[in-house]
Design a protein around this ligand. Sequence first.
Ligand SMILES: Cc1cc2nc3c(=O)[nH]c(=O)nc-3n(C[C@H](O)[C@H](O)[C@H](O)COP(=O)(O)OP(=O)(O)OC[C@H]3O[C@@H](n4cnc5c(N)ncnc54)[C@H](O)[C@@H]3O)c2cc1C
Length: 434
Amino acid sequence: MLITASLLLMATDLAIIIGGGLAGVTSFYELSARDRPCLLLESESAVAQGASFANGGGLHPSLPDPWNNPGIGRHLFSSLFRPDAAMKLHISQVPNLLGWGASFIRHSRRTAYEAITCANFELAEYSTRQTQALQQFLNLDYDAAAPGTLKLLRSTRDRDEALRLADVLTVKGLACQEMNRAQMLACEPSLRDATDLIGALRFAGDGIGDARRFCEGLAAAAIARGGEMRLNSKVTHLLVENGKVCGVRLGDEEIRGIVVLAAGVSAARLARPLGLNLPIRPAKGYSLTLDASGQRDRPKHLLVDPTPHIGITPLGSRLRILGMAEFSGFDRKIDPKRLAQLRRFFTDLLPQLAEKLDWEKAEGWTGLRPMSADGRPLIGQSGIDGLWLNCGHGHLGWTKAVGSARILADAMTGREAEINAAPFSPDAVARRLR
Ligand SMILES: Cc1cc2nc3c(=O)[nH]c(=O)nc-3n(C[C@H](O)[C@H](O)[C@H](O)COP(=O)(O)OP(=O)(O)OC[C@H]3O[C@@H](n4cnc5c(N)ncnc54)[C@H](O)[C@@H]3O)c2cc1C
């Protein structure tokens, strides 16, 4: 009888985490590190096979602004007719995005946009520091470096816009240095052939690292702390009894416990049968990864060009080019024209290096960013007993992963968060949809 009671306690105390991407694996580690019994369920045969597989690798608190910036409505409308638009709405998706899209556009008002930018910055900054601390504590190997970001400027208009955002954030602690062309070349000589650049903003606090390798290392660390992980394990339903979530179903099998939904773009589908309308939709992005070993003139910084929304990240001996946001549903097909766009961008910026790289062996990839309608992730208690959320991290899921998982784990274990977590509270999902 005693044994049955203690098993029951174990089962209800168990935290079942759905999803082995950045959000799920960091939650798995942070809960295990707080001695919470944990089970990570991932539908694929390895962790980080979704959006966390070959993302841009940037840990960049310097870019915390949501993508629904003022004026986004006009931009999205015109993108319907421009196949190469960096952010593109596909006409076939308009009916699927009606409610979400209206909320996305509503939150692009300047006051909302700036408030969310500041909240995101605080989380991103906290998270980046915690990621670096974890890397040192666990000695994780994932091509981690902290060279900083260069936001490239091609016109005074670019500069004024970039400075307007930086000014909002420097009062919050963002380290930003404005550089003219000569100063930029002194710190990043690889840009010497990009004659149209007038300078850059340098954000020294940003880091980089390979998110997939980070997830692999962190999952192993969570298992070493007693966590259990099951791969090839797809959750088909959440179990609900008396209005409470009490576990998950995987085909014929049931597992009981408290559930953490960290399933990236699939989170909304899993929550829908509960009447919970999570404001998360997929935004498809591309990356192209090249071997650059032996190339001494490869860039050292994370390079971000705000006009075409494309970036280049040095990841150890590799270079990764990333960009695009397409609202095209759950389709992950690679469009070769998009990869050609990334290559063209790289060649214009770094022509000499481009000639030396083997583009035949470049690895093209697409991933679906889990975009929330207002640009904030959902972290914490869902409003339904037994269900917690860590999802909707959009274009900043690597930057915010460790910080978000710490907020979640603190809340689940009754501790106070180390930063103000209120802006990310899913309690307010319904309010956030209005
Ligand atoms: C091109 C691109 C570049 C990016 N660059 C950056 C960057 O430089 N910096 C940054 O901060 N962010 C970046 N991001 C965003 C970041 O990668 C994402 O926000 C992050 O990966 C989301 O992590 P996640 O764990 O929420 O989702 P995912 O990584 O997609 O993980 C979700 C997991 O859940 C699993 N799953 C789903 N349904 C089920 C189920 N029913 N049962 C079990 N498992 C399930 C999936 O298989 C998947 O492994 C980029 C994204 C893209 C696409």
